[in-house]
Ligand binder design. Sequence first.
Ligand code: SF4
Length: 455
Amino acid sequence: MTKVLVLTPEVYSYGSMLIAGALEKAGFRVSIMKFTAKADVNLLPQADVYAIGLYSTLHVLEYKDWISRLKSARDKPVIVGGPVTQIPELVLTNMNCVDAVVVGEGEETIVELVNALISKQDLDSVDGIAYNSQGKVVKTKPREPIDMEKRPMPKIPDDIGEQSIRGAHVYVEVSRGCKGSCSFCQVPRLFGREVRSRPINKIVDEVKLFKKKGALRVAISGGTTSFYGCGSSWLDEKEVVKLLKSLSRVLGPKNLSAPDIRVDAATDGILEAIAKYTIGWVFFGVESGSQKILNKMRKGIKVEEIYDAVYRARKLGVKPAGSFIVAYPGETKENFEETVTLVKNLPLMDHFVSIAEPIPGTPLAEEVADMRISENLLFVNDDSKFGRLYGLSVAESRAYQLMIEGYRVRSPLIIGDVHIAKLFLQEAKKQGEDIRKCTMEVKKLYSLLRGRHEA
Ligand code: SF4
């Protein structure tokens, strides 16, 4: 029987468990393993095919040498899938050794691809893949989105209960797609703007399986929980409430979280259900306090809606957190100050600050690819006294300042905590370093794509 080893960096990602589940259902002998760039490829179990899931540009940069060592050591087919394959050239130009990448939703493609590789069939016959052939990237016919009712169950590893992803053992998929069109986000580009939801009974059965394997703390993933079951309408509050109630019955409210909610889809009914059936936190994608930047991000929300949702959440007993993006292209000092003011005024109970990351395939990546390095705030030095002292770029400096402001809102009594300030500084610098690498890769990738297009 053909053996497939599914490899997932650092944690068991939900996508890797789904791919392993699809392969097992098709009759392959499947194992799933976590790895890091330090793992010795010679110690991996033997397999006939290796399938690796990567989900960020950084993963491609961090693991490309490891994957090439794996290929040399085993000389067996190596497949890469995951969100990084949206622009397959990102993987195929960095890793010549990869036999094929799965583009888009992979549950059906992976089964056909493994069969084709094992039987040495022409890869052209497999829809939804890309591969290198005679110095060119060949893309086969895109595959239709899968029917969520028929989506396979994940293969759940025995040690799933030992991992923690932002406090949860696992993020379970309830739907695919998002009605939003935020310019920095991959979700609508990967899964479309139509929301396809899984039936509640299947999600409940899956959560019971996770619980049996020791994954007691479950978070809901998907574009945003509030769109669950919405069909062609903007949202269906009753369906969201029913989902949360059903999952809470299995897990208990202390073990369920429904983190991502858009501020313009946070109805009182949904917020009340979050307070009653989950740990009671929501994470609003606030992003910016500047209406100009929100519009540029195609966020589709007004600053007033942010205030309204956060205050209503507090009133209804929900703990609201917010995520923010700084140094978005075109963000002026004044725009950033508007975000600082928003952070100071909003009663948020946690803050997540990120420097804008150009994810290949998004409108933001296109814009960043076209920008001159000298205009990109990640590469512009902050010439304030503080910026010069720590060698920060403007983007890093803004990320740091916003982290500090958020902390002050939450903990007014311990302003000046040196240890926390140091951690924020390290975090801002690490983000800056990582996103600079991704930016250079995006510029290289888009210049290659455009060159090919023009040629
Ligand atoms: S609402 Fe959330 S998931 Fe949807 S496009 Fe915007 S950031 Fe992405």
